[in-house]
Design a protein around this ligand. Structure first.
Ligand SMILES: Nc1ncnc2c1ncn2[C@@H]1O[C@H](COP(=O)(O)OP(=O)(O)OP(=O)(O)O)[C@@H](O)[C@H]1O
Ligand SMILES: [Mg+2]
Length: 112
């Protein structure tokens, strides 16, 4: 199992959610976060780089998928989140040891 952590533009959240739902990938945790990437939160790089860093609002998604759905999920997220502008975000992929569905006690793949 894999955990996908994606930091995206807030305006792309609905597209990403719908893309995953359309493909039957169910379950997602969403958080409002703030962050910066290579431009240090500046919309445009100023010459030099001694400018103050701004934290820009982003959405963090956490989606757990069976490993065989990883590539599909990554493509769906990337395609739906992409605007081709800076700040489109980043996707992190982590190995996930276990999942426990609290109501039923199921574990692993059955619990996703
Ligand atoms: N190395 C990182 N570690 C943790 N979070 C990061 C990292 N890089 C980016 N992020 C998160 O992703 C958000 C979006 O990053 P962003 O898309 O600006 O990355 P970038 O590398 O600057 O790419 P781009 O040049 O397309 O803007 C940041 O606001 C931050 O929350
Ligand atoms: Mg950036």
């Amino acid at each position: 199992m894999k955990m996908i952590v994606a930091v995206i533009k807030p305006s792309r959240l609905e597209f990403v959610r719908d893309a995953l739902l359309d493909e039957g990938i169910l379950g997602m945790t969403v958080s409002d976060v703030r962050g910066y990437g290579r431009q240090k939160g500046q919309v445009e790089q100023y010459r030099g780089s001694q400018m103050q860093i701004d934290f820009l609002p982003k959405i963090k998604l956490e989606v757990v998928v069976p490993s065989n759905l990883l590539e599909k999920a990554l493509k769906l997220i990337r395609d739906a989140a992409r605007t081709d502008h800076i700040g489109d975000g980043k996707i992190f992929v982590l190995d996930l040891e276990n999942v426990i569905r609290i109501r039923t006690g199921e574990e692993g793949h059955a619990a996703i």
